[in-house]
Design a protein around this ligand. Structure first.
Ligand code: NDP
Length: 447
């Protein structure tokens, strides 16, 4: 590895050893851009690595709210404004009990390069809270969101920082957050994306991350003269990303045989067709139920409590769409042994570093989430453009733009990887293409 990269990485690993997810993401990025750093001494001269790994601003705040029993509840809220060299901070909000500084720093760091890859002018940020929306009434979720926004509003703005959804933050939460923001500032600003269609949202934004992931997998497969027709596809998760990855993979001729939630997974050898896709959307977005209920409704499917899909049966294509580190080395070994040819990340960093290395060394197609799940934030960028122009594009227009962006990201990653001698290495290519643009902007803007 390049000596400068090695020095910075050792320092980060020692200084932040209590932030394992953050260290993992820095290790992946810095480790994979070694050849670029060898070829471009100005990055070391300008101390770009030292600067890019520290957020420009980290905000932590208390979020007090009152539950349905009239009891006080306190959560911790965060916003990491990581890098604004190429545009206003942009990145989702995550509400999940596991949320902490390490997880949000990893997500914010990834977001810098992802947003750069979209070709749109967006910096990197991320935020959220250790609040668990599961089992809460709509009123409790609203009370929490309003309290969260009562602090966040002073740090965000259409040209400053534009949050969106992530795990635990969907259309309902964005609505409550936007309503509170509007009331406080008395201005209808484009300050959040993922908004409802009647109040500034974009068509195809809900579908965008899942669709984009499948468009990316399609491009990767095409480099080996393959497509999705009749492929067995395993998806994990059953939330926003998973739901629409299943829809698009099925549209393109694939048979999706799995999905999951944090309690377990189902395998459906008949394929998750349109009727079953609608059932999952209703179950997860409206009833807020568990994926086990899928196997109760469709008894030919089998439910596996506490299991992830990867080791249960074989697939051609794996789309991990749930959460970080949900595909480990043993899972990767099973995928390779069972003939999988492509792993395309829909979630952020779902594959551990060891699993990624194993998959790559066995010559499978592998795409990091920062490239293959960038369709969500890209379409958020399109939502911001429509808001700025005060008009709405139809679904076909947005989908077309999304599709082209995914093809461009694929080509940018592949070309950057080829420039440094490893055309199939999408991890290296995505990181180099994303990093180079931000690093050059940082140099142009001065210290
Ligand atoms: P959702 O909250 O809609 O869905 C998350 C899914 O993952 C649910 O099925 C959830 O199960 C499951 N899950 C969450 N935590 C765990 C866990 N610890 N173990 C197992 N399963 C878990 O989130 P999204 O679909 O929006 O996000 C999924 C991933 O995609 C995340 O990594 C997110 O950062 C990433 N992403 C999302 C984008 C978007 O536009 N939404 C954009 C780019 C990336 P359960 O219901 O039991 O919690």
């Amino acid at each position: 590895m390049n000596q400068y990269a090695q020095n910075v990485l050792s320092d980060i690993q020692a200084r932040y050893n209590n932030e394992p997810e953050f260290v993992q993401s820095v290790t992946e990025v810095v480790g994979s851009i070694s050849k670029l750093l060898d070829a471009t001494p100005k990055y070391e001269k300008n101390k770009i690595l030292e600067r890019i790994v520290i957020p420009e601003r980290t905000i932590t705040f208390q979020v007090p709210w009152i539950d349905d029993k009239g009891e006080f509840q306190i959560n911790t809220g965060y916003r990491i404004q990581f890098n604004s060299a190429i545009g206003p901070y942009k990145g989702g909000l995550r509400f999940h009990p596991s949320v902490n500084l390490s997880i949000l720093k990893f997500l914010g760091f990834e977001q810098i390069f992802k947003n750069s890859l979209t070709t749109l002018p967006m910096g990197g940020g991320k935020g959220g809270a250790d609040f668990n929306p599961k089992g809460k009434s709509d009123r409790e979720v609203m009370a929490f969101c309003q309290s969260f926004m009562r602090e966040l509003y002073r740090h965000i703005g259409a040209s400053t920082d534009v949050p969106a959804g992530d795990i635990g933050v969907g259309a309902r939460e964005i609505g409550f957050l936007f309503g509170q923001y509007k009331k406080i500032v008395n201005s209808y600003d484009s300050v959040l994306t993922g908004k409802g269609l009647n109040w500034g949202g974009s068509l195809v934004r809900p579908e965008a991350t899942g669709y984009g992931c499948v468009y990316f997998a399609f491009e990767m497969l095409a480099t080996r003269n393959q497509d999705l027709e009749n492929k067995r596809i395993m998806v994990s998760g059953s939330g926003n990303v998973a739901q629409f990855a299943i829809v698009k993979a099925t549209h393109l001729g694939g048979k999706v045989i799995s999905c999951s939630d944090s309690n377990g997974c189902i395998i459906d050898e008949d394929g998750i067709d349109a009727e079953k896709q609608a059932f999952i959307r209703e179950l997860k977005n409206v009833k807020r139920g568990r994926i086990r209920e899928y196997a109760e409704r469709f008894p030919r499917a089998k439910y596996y409590e506490g299991k992830r899909p990867w080791q249960i049966t074989s697939c051609d294509v794996a789309l991990p769409c749930a959460t970080q580190n949900e595909l480990d080395l043993d899972d990767a070994k099973a995928l390779v042994a069972n003939g999988c040819i492509c792993v395309c990340e829909g979630a952020n960093m779902p594959t551990t570093l060891e699993a990624t290395q194993y998959i790559q060394s066995n010559k499978l197609l592998f795409s990091p989430g920062k490239a293959s799940n960038a369709g969500g934030v890209a379409t958020s960028g399109l939502e911001m453009s429509q808001n700025a122009m005060r008009l709405s594009w139809d679904a076909g227009e947005v989908d077309n733009r999304l599709h082209n962006i995914m093809i461009n990201i694929h080509n940018a990653a592949r070309n950057a990887a080829a420039e440094f001698g490893e055309p199939d290495n999408y991890v290296m290519g995505a990181n180099i293409a994303g990093f180079r643009k931000v690093a050059d902007a940082m140099i142009d803007l001065g210290i």
